[in-house]
Design a protein around this ligand. Structure first.
Ligand SMILES: [Zn+2]
Ligand SMILES: [Zn+2]
Length: 161
């Protein structure tokens, strides 16, 4: 959990506080951290809203879309968000409850947003052979291109990318 204790900020409205986090938050199964998340922010409260701005960076364990090999993806993100007290505003994206403001949802959204549309282990990743499934970055497999068979599961898989 990436959580800010905002007790002081709520008492001293308008005053700017700083927050630092370094660790591996549990953001669900779809996000696997290869390095700790490092986040720095400034925050201040005003009228039951808390403004939080700053940046975070981390490295994720991901999978290449083309060859399905494990890879790492670096993420760095700047944010500037308003958090509303639960119940004061309908339909707002980010809220806080009591004295605790959790950044988990925002960090999760930011990570999903900043992941590239296509993840490639390298720009010229050769992918996998549609016939035998070998990772072609490891070398040619010896299949002939005409061996491609539509019933082969790897052929279907390749069509998705
Ligand atoms: Zn690859
Ligand atoms: Zn092959």
């Amino acid at each position: 959990m990436v959580e800010i204790d905002i007790r002081e900020a709520l008492k001293e409205e308008g005053k700017v506080y700083t927050f630092h986090y370094e660790g591996i938050p549990d953001l669900g199964e779809d996000i696997s951290f290869a390095r700790p998340l490092v986040l720095d922010a400034e925050y201040s409260a005003l009228d039951r809203k808390v403004s939080v701005k700053g940046a975070f960076g981390t490295v994720l364990n991901t999978v290449c879309d083309r060859c399905l090999d494990d890879m790492k993806t670096e993420i760095s993100y700047r944010f500037d968000e308003l958090f509303f007290r639960v119940g004061t505003q309908e339909e707002e994206e980010y809220t806080y409850e009591g004295d605790v403001l959790s950044l988990d949802k925002m960090v999760y959204d930011a990570i999903i947003l900043s992941l590239p549309h296509q993840l490639l282990c390298k720009d010229d990743c050769k992918g996998i052979c549609p016939v035998c499934g070998q990772n072609l970055n490891d070398g040619p497999c010896g299949c002939k291109p005409e061996d491609t068979d539509e019933t082969n599961p790897f052929a279907k898989l390749k069509g998705l990318f």
